[in-house]
Design a protein around this ligand. Structure first.
Ligand SMILES: Nc1ncnc2c1ncn2[C@@H]1O[C@H](COP(=O)(O)OP(=O)(O)OP(=O)(O)O)[C@@H](O)[C@H]1O
Length: 269
């Protein structure tokens, strides 16, 4: 049965990787619930295991211990109920924007829909991210921001229950990044998607999230604290900049990251 309050349920998850020097414990004792329609940011210092946790949710890897459940089913591998957006867009360079999205759409809906329906889904996804005009262009012919938009369109086109994003805007300049954050806010409001997003950016986490999951430093990283971001939606970055609740949330994350966790380098010293 699907529980909306525990749409994603992570229980007692640990992840170890075999290395030449023995097992490396990347994650331990991860317990987390994500409600349906919730936007969760994972934040923490480099190497603390954010991508490792996202890969577990994507089903790209399986945990060494514990269980992960999404929409009532244990995650045992990748599936169309969960779509991933990567930092480096991961588009196929020889296909057009339309072709890249169509490939994913065909894989998920190809068995039950005809070509016209698949094309209509692809066109709708491109339109959602404002890229109808670039449908016939190849990734090498468009900007970094546009490539990330295509990646987001491709993920949304398969109508996933859960959208997983691994630093989707990390490689973009500040202005493009802000534009894409605003677009993502609007898309998430429109689709009611459940999102788990890895980010290094405190402002991005506060602007977008309902909940910020702050991770301790590795090795054997775990969840240090979960901050509920109590800001009304729709959110507008200009108004929020002066909102004391925004400042407070921002300060809480910065305190966690830089005072309580320090930097990994400083801890090691
Ligand atoms: N396949 C693997 N084999 C061995 N160690 C691994 C493997 N994958 C990840 N690790 C280690 O696990 C730890 C967590 O890695 P992960 O990529 O999840 O961190 P992260 O928080 O996403 O880092 P960043 O913010 O720099 O992207 C790191 O120390 C990394 O070296």
């Amino acid at each position: 049965m699907i529980n909306d309050h525990r749409y994603i349920e992570i229980r007692g998850v640990a992840q170890r990787f075999p290395t030449a020097k023995g097992d490396y414990v990347a994650l331990r004792d991860i317990d987390l619930d994500v409600a349906r329609g919730e936007f969760v940011a994972l934040i923490g210092h480099s190497g603390c295991g954010k991508s490792t946790l996202l890969n577990l949710l994507a089903g790209l890897t399986l945990p060494s211990a514990g269980t992960l459940i999404a929409a009532g089913r244990e995650i045992g591998g990748p599936g169309p109920d969960r779509a991933m957006v990567f930092q480096n867009h991961s588009l196929l360079p020889w296909l057009t924007c339309e072709g890249n999205i169509m490939l994913a759409v065909e894989r998920v809906f190809g068995a039950q829909e005809d070509r016209a329906q698949l094309k209509a889904r692809t066109a709708a996804a491109l339109e959602k991210v404002g890229l109808s005009h670039a449908a016939q262009k190849r990734p090498g012919e468009i900007s970094g921001g546009m490539k990330q938009r295509v990646g987001i369109a491709r993920a949304l086109a398969i109508e996933p229950k859960v959208l997983l994003m691994d630093e989707p805007f990390g490689a973009l300049d500040a202005l493009t990044r802000a534009t894409l954050q605003d677009e993502l806010l609007a898309l998430v409001a429109q689709t009611g998607a459940t999102v788990v997003m890895v980010t290094h950016d405190v402002d991005e986490a506060v602007l977008l999230s309902d909940k910020i999951v702050m991770m301790t430093n590795g090795p054997a990283a775990t969840i240090g604290e979960v901050l509920a971001v109590d800001l009304p939606r729709p959110r507008d970055r200009k108004t929020l900049a002066d909102d004391p609740r925004y400042m407070q949330a921002r300060k809480a994350v910065i305190d966690f990251l830089y005072t309580r966790q320090g930097t990994p380098a400083r801890q090691a010293a």
